[in-house]
Design a protein around this ligand. Structure first.
Ligand code: NOJ
Length: 708
């Protein structure tokens, strides 16, 4: 028996044995990934027959054909079939479409996120695929950026924690490989311009952007994707410091690095950092990329470069070893038994989807109108996103990828907000008028106003659309569009209670909703069950528990407005703008009230390698059971470099019955209080740290911890 076919050996041992049997061509072939819709059919066929490392976005017949042909290659090395299963396996019509990453991050629920990832992995694997390009570990601090919806929000700690939960979920059953992306500081590009230069230092990278990737590596993440952009003018694709010295050598990442789409080509044509593709291929491999996504001549040039002695054989072996290990890890060489196709869009996943959609909704304002009383007779449901499943799904579904479709119809069960309102309150109570489009008045505002006048309550569903979000779609201005602002104002002028429901990819400037509406609910992209969850929230069928993972500015010019900014702004606000954001990280109401008391530290003076316990009593003072996310923030009182005014270092979501008090304990690792000094070294500096535990960044109990 050949050693690499021996299932009793470890993936590393098997990869080592297979590597010895491979020709240089076969090895370099493993370092290439091609997309089925980016090639002419003749070339594509050649790659299938030759056998390469990976294909992406191949579904249905394509996928089967690739598998068949790769099995006939000399060594029969199976390709990794990759897919953007970003919030569910949503490029496949009929699979479960979970809320967007941004929406789910508002649940602050690690366990539920783990479950959604696990469910997604089952659906991906059942569909014959092996690798998802998820999760996104970028930090969303400039809201102009088109890809904010793909993130877990603005806080590095939260991003790392939820990223870890999702990676563990994806890889839990050993079916698929996860991919932490986009490495690194991709969301911090100048002006929120996608794929552009991020003017950040290595110190800042270590402080803000690296920690989530460190957690991903610790969670055993199988792959990492190199970002499109550059850092302080050096393209990530050519950045040996970031990819090899920090990611692989320092963090000990032993998976493989794949470039983003055509990164190698972009070094030549977009970034002008290489004279030709051969030069670019050299830079990419030497920097530490193991697989090139979709620059096909990479294969030919890397072969040449090795033959010319410019790239060493050892360097190639290192990449191929990493890729093969991933394939062995998920059983690709072992006639792997895949989950039954019936898991795709199944009832269990539908229930899970509803559970996460409920916990993702954030109730931002409620003057008492919610929950709507049972005796409400007529409800006007209006607004351009009330019946838009496209807007509710958001980016990265079969509507938008691999190719945009204007006519696709969802195959699985879904509920828009209008559907949900009809199901929860009864169709005869609902009057629907769209009112306007996102961009146009469409002549419907008068009809919507008329409907509002005839109703006891108004649910106005507004937000944004796909044309305003995603790659290539950054916005200079994140206001609600004019027709929607006019619609809301006209509805409020009727004197009826207006409940604003936001279906949008990312934060918008919604000061006017806060001022004029009776209630505001943020759903972001709530996925297939989002509309039902929103209606249930309005009816009080569950107690809202979502909290914002991202802050909302008053105007676009107030960006960035993330909560954990440094001390030191002279004046602390603009002369022509009130202080603070409209809504801030951590904000979110419920239908009950929680009271915090009795904050205690297991030690008042700690050593630098201690883990201490921070505990607090949380009482549910209201009349409804609920889940509360208890947040632990710190402030480093004096530090040798600037530190945030307040910053999350722990959280726990707990269920508390009406009237009950629970003692909640959060572990605080003193090492997490480390700062990154100017010389990039990491140190917990001795001194005082304020420890704040509470519901959000403004409501908390405070004590001081001394670190020796
Ligand atoms: C481009 C995107 O930046 C990345 O997130 C995605 O995974 C790949 N293309 C593959 O579609």
């Amino acid at each position: 028996m050949k050693k690499y076919t021996d299932k009793t050996l470890s993936p590393s041992e098997r990869a080592e044995d297979l590597l010895k049997r491979m020709t240089l061509e076969e090895k370099v072939g493993q370092m290439l990934q091609v997309s089925y819709n980016a090639l002419n059919p003749v070339d594509y066929e050649r790659y299938k027959k030759r056998g390469i490392g990976s294909f992406l976005h191949a579904l249905g017949k394509e996928r089967d054909d690739i598998r068949k042909k790769s099995a006939k290659t000399r060594l029969g090395i199976p390709p990794l079939l990759g897919i953007d299963a970003i919030h569910g396996h949503a490029l496949l019509n009929g699979a479960t479409v979970f809320p967007s990453q941004l929406a789910m991050s508002c649940s602050f629920n690690r366990a539920l996120l783990f479950e959604t990832a696990r469910a997604t992995a089952l659906e991906v694997a059942a569909d014959g695929l092996d690798w998802t390009f998820s999760p996104v570990l970028c930090i969303a601090r400039d809201l102009r950026w088109g890809r904010v919806n793909e993130t877990f929000g603005e806080d590095s700690y939260l991003v790392g924690e939820l990223g870890k939960a999702v990676i563990t979920g994806y890889e839990y059953d050993g079916n698929i490989i996860a991919c932490a992306k986009h490495y690194i500081a991709y969301g911090e590009a100048t002006g929120g311009r996608d794929a552009y230069d991020s003017p950040v230092t290595e110190r800042k990278i270590r402080e803000v952007f690296l920690p989530p990737f460190k957690k991903a590596v610790e969670a055993g993440c199988g792959s990492v994707m190199t970002a499109y952009g550059s850092i302080d003018a050096l393209p990530l694709t050519a950045n040996k410091r970031m990819l090899t010295e920090i990611l692989k050598d320092e963090l000990g990442f032993d998976g493989f690095v794949v470039t983003d789409w055509e990164n190698v080509k972009s070094l030549v044509h977009k970034q002008r950092a290489a004279k030709d593709i051969k030069d670019a291929s050299y830079l990419a491999v030497e920097a530490g990329n193991d697989m090139s996504m979709n620059t096909h001549s990479f294969y030919k040039y890397v072969l040449e470069l090795v033959r010319e002695g410019k790239i060493s054989k050892e360097r190639i072996d290192d990449s191929v070893r990493r890729i093969l290990k991933a394939k062995f890890r998920i059983g690709l060489f072992d006639d792997k038994e895949r989950p039954d196709k019936s898991v795709i869009g199944c009832e269990n996943h539908r229930k899970l989807n509803l559970a996460i959609a409920r916990e993702s909704m954030v109730l931002l304002k409620n003057d008492g109108v919610l929950p709507l009383k049972d005796n409400v007779k007529k409800i006007a449901v209006v607004g351009p996103n009330a019946d838009s499943i496209r807007a509710q799904f958001g980016d990265w579904t079969f509507f938008s990828h691999p190719l945009p479709s204007a006519i696709a119809k969802p195959r699985g069960e879904y509920h828009t907000v209008l559907d949900g309102m009809r199901e929860v309150f009864g169709g005869d109570k609902i009057i629907f008028e769209k009112g306007c489009d996102i961009f146009g008045h469409g002549g419907g505002i008068e009809k919507a106003v008329d409907a509002a006048k005839r109703a006891d309550a108004v649910v106005c569903v507004i937000g944004d659309c796909l044309a305003q979000n995603g790659e290539y779609r950054d916005r200079a201005n994140i206001d609600l569009t004019d027709p929607q602002t006019e619609l809301v104002s006209r509805l409020c002028d009727t004197g009826k209670k207006v409940i604003a429901v936001l279906v949008n990819c990312k934060p918008l400037c919604i000061g006017m909703l806060k001022e004029r509406c009776a209630a505001v609910i943020e759903t972001f992209n709530g996925g297939a069950m989002g509309g039902l969850a929103a209606a249930e929230l309005i009816a009080g069928r569950f107690n809202p528990s979502g909290k914002l993972s991202i802050s909302f500015p008053q105007t676009s010019a107030q960006m960035p407005c993330y909560y954990n900014h440094y001390h030191g702004w002279h004046g602390g606000q603009y002369v022509d703008l009130k202080k603070d954001s409209v809504y801030t990280f951590g904000d979110g109401l419920s239908y009950t009230e929680y009271a915090y008391s009795n904050l205690k530290l297991s030690k008042k003076t700690a050593c630098k390698d201690d883990v201490i316990e921070v505990s607090v009593d949380v009482k549910n003072k209201g009349g409804m059971d609920g889940k509360e996310t208890v947040m632990l923030f710190v402030n480093d009182v004096v530090s040798s470099v600037l530190t945030p005014v307040i910053e999350l270092k722990g959280f726990r979501k707990v269920f508390i019955k009406a009237g009950e008090t629970k003692r909640v304990t959060i572990k605080l690792n003193i090492d997490d209080l480390a700062i990154i000094k100017s010389d990039c070294t990491r140190e917990v500096e001795s001194g005082d740290f304020e420890i704040m535990v509470g519901a959000n960044t403004r409501t908390y109990l405070k004590t001081v911890l001394k670190v020796k």
